[in-house]
Design a protein around this ligand. Structure first.
Ligand code: GLN
Length: 472
């Protein structure tokens, strides 16, 4: 038995039956990280001391004979934009190189309460801006299935860690696709929850009206367990809602699956299209009704997203001024010099680009034409989904038009990077949940099926994903 292959439930059962301890499993993961992460680069920091302390504490709970939670003793990793008290949180940026988190994010509080073991912090695109982790100030995470290719982003380190067996599961965040895209590229399950389902408290903000934390896991069942543990109302995040995952399960038989024609238009790799169409056929053979639908506003999603996000970025990143947080260059003559030098040295190209675009879009005289307009378009995109969910239960689509691309291939072409979000960012503008499920491979490269549900219907998409997982 390879401990690194076990799912959360299998680990739980093994702990119960005293087949192995959490310390043993944790050490196996730490060894695997030491052995393989040199070539993958999924981690920015390994929190070995914390992990071993937590594993020992978990073993005490387990051996006490009392009931213990499913996540107790199970080793995980955390995207480095999420705060773990006493550990560095860089958000992949030089400006936060030496920033140590003064408190735990709410998701971390909840995981710790369950007895989780935290192995380390995962690489990401700087402040979660990107699709490839090439925008990290520290290193590029490689795809475990092909080391010449990207792992996806921005939660690329999290996805690669799970795929390379360097964590039993990981916690990522998704603003426009950052959980689902790397999950698709690395062949793991990634869930972007409904906006408000999971507290954002302690997540370093990129675009607050879209950011959501979610699980990245080996299986759909694992994703469900993690989601249940981290979701629900939090007094520290006013946008979080009182929400419990519905216990009901759903079947493919009789299910109405919408297939949006706009998601199979020009630009999709025919091999990706084939894998997704085959998946749809499998669902049909299992008794689902396939219903062609249209989401006509899809064509405006990228333009809309790339106004709203930079606008919020320009505002959120204003706090990194060389005074309160992180990197500070005080060699100049006055306060303005401190701001300019600290920010100039601390931020990479992509945050700078977005700060410039966002500041412009929010400035007096342009606000109505850009930011306000984008908010109106966002509403229309949301209405596309509202209408669709009157006719269908879930929507099936690709996660991305192409599989993992070569490292460096799009590095100097921001627009080509932005276009990678074409199937994932409309979901965010609508605020609905969606999951990426490994559906097949092109050679060595995994391809994810996106299963989209209506607001707070995580239970439905998780059920259906579990059914599809069996068929694959
Ligand atoms: N690729 C998108 C962006 O760069 C999404 C990133 C994310 O979801 N954090 O904004």
């Amino acid at each position: 038995m390879d401990l690194l292959d076990l799912t959360i439930k299998e680990l739980h059962d093994g702990f119960k039956k005293k087949q192995f301890t959490s310390v043993q499993v944790t050490k196996a993961y730490l060894e695997q990280i030491k052995k393989t992460d040199g070539k993958i680069g999924a981690y920015l920091a390994i929190t070995e001391k914390l992990a071993l302390e937590q594993a020992e504490a978990a073993d005490k709970i387990i051996s006490s004979g009392k009931d213990f939670s499913l996540l107790c003793g199970v080793p995980c990793s955390i995207k480095d934009a999420i705060l773990v008290e006493g550990e560095k949180a860089t958000a992949g940026s030089k400006i936060l190189e030496n920033y140590v988190a003064p408190y735990d994010a709410t998701v971390i509080v909840r995981l710790k309460k369950q007895g989780a073991v935290i192995l380390g912090k995962n690489n990401l695109d700087e402040f979660a801006m990107g699709v490839s982790t090439e925008n990290s100030a520290y290193k590029v995470t490689k795809n475990p299935h092909d080391l010449t290719r990207v792992a996806g982003g921005s939660s690329g380190g999290s996805a690669a860690a799970v795929a390379a067996k360097e964590a039993a599961y990981s916690i990522g965040s998704d603003t426009g696709g950052s959980i689902r895209l790397p999950a698709s590229f690395c062949g793991v399950v990634g869930l972007n929850p409904t906006y408000g389902a999971v507290s954002r408290y302690g997540l370093i903000s990129m675009a607050s009206s879209l950011d959501q934390i979610g699980p990245m896991a080996k299986t759909v069942e694992d994703a469900r367990i993690i989601f249940e543990a981290i979701s629900g109302k939090d007094p520290f995040d006013a946008t979080s809602v009182d929400y419990k995952l519905e216990a009901k399960s759903y079947k493919l038989e009789g299910l109405r699956i919408g297939v949006p024609k706009e998601y199979f238009a020009k630009g999709i790799d025919p091999k990706v299209e084939k894998i997704i169409k085959d998946a749809i056929k499998k669902a049909k053979d299992a008794g689902a009704k396939i219903i062609p639908i249209s989401l006509p506003m899809t064509q405006y999603a990228i333009a809309c997203y790339y106004i709203i996000v930079p606008s919020e970025v320009s505002s959120n990143l204003a706090r990194f001024d060389g005074i309160k947080y992180g990197h500070s260059n005080q060699s100049g003559n006055n306060l303005l010099d401190v701001y300019l030098k600290s920010r100039g040295e601390g931020f990479g190209r992509e945050p700078k680009r977005r700060i410039l675009i966002g500041t412009y879009a929010l400035s007096s005289g342009y606000y109505d034409a850009y930011y306000k307009k984008a908010q109106e378009v966002k509403k229309l995109i949301g209405q596309d989904f509202v209408k669709a969910f009157k006719k269908v239960d879930v929507i099936f689509s690709p996660v991305s038009p192409i599989p993992a691309f070569k490292i460096g291939e799009k590095k100097d072409d921001p627009l080509a990077m932005y276009l990678m979000d074409v199937y994932t960012c409309p979901v965010k503008l609508a605020g609905v949940p969606a999951l990426s499920l490994p559906a097949g491979k092109i050679g060595d490269l995994p391809v994810g099926l996106q299963i989209i549900g209506n607001h707070f219907e995580e239970s439905k998409i998780l059920s259906i994903a579990a059914e599809m997982e069996k068929l694959f």
